[in-house]
Design a protein around this ligand. Sequence first.
Ligand code: CUA
Length: 307
Amino acid sequence: MPPFSPHSAQTHSIAAVFSLVLVIAAVVFLIVASGVTYSVIRYRARGGNSGEPRQVFGSQTVEILWTVIPLFIVSGLFVVTVRAMVAIDAPQDTTRPPDIAIRAHQWWWEARYPNGVLVTWDIHIPAGRRLRARIESADVVHDFWAPELARKMDAVPGRWGYIWLESDSPGTYQGACSEFCGADHAWMRFRVIAQSQSDFDAWLTEQAQPSPAPTGIAAQGEQLFQTKKCADCHTVSATAPSSGKGPTLAHLASHVTLGGGISPNTPQNLTVWLTDPQAAKPGNRMPATPLTPAETRALLAYLESLR
Ligand code: CUA
């Protein structure tokens, strides 16, 4: 559960505030609940007796106590919260280039690295290094949230927000869009994959390489990819500019999931995307393209060749 499994300095601060608030709230709850329980039993009406206790009116001591104690608790939480916010906030300096630019679309995430590589869904980062991530939106308000690694950040059209994205150890961390943004909001997942610096460097270099040239039936698929207008929305090279209309399919065959996590990346599920995109992920923006079974097979072979 995210508040109890922080994997970065900033989520440790968030978890510390969360635990403190939880403990204070639990103590207050126990005091109030035991007071109520005691009164209900002790002063209940029985045997002709109304059970009403002695009434106290206008006690200065009691009034001072129930004003000062909550004031003290709330001020303490305010100070602790502001200190955590200051500690975890990244500089909102739009003049400095970010270490990674993350852009939200209805309904997928894409991330651009300084070397020009564009990825979708799986965002790789080097473990133990703090990246200054710029969060932006191509359409409506979304919210980038990887609960174990970082605070939330709204992706607001026309504005840039910055967060520190970091993981203290290698691993795969789940992320999601945390602001309702339309039909497929719930399927706007992503994963942050933290790797050792050398593995990350190797991955980034590999991403910049084009996939091997398709041969045979996959080469026919490549042609269809152009003639059937797939290429209008989907790029197949990680270094190409984003079309903005659909996620890049660069190195698609090496992805674990499809459609922002909605299904495993299997030939069967990929075929559904080709033949009936709305069945693959209801509500998504991909139009159906009439294809013969032979064309579907060729396109599938081509997509499977994008390693
Ligand atoms: Cu994007 Cu919710």
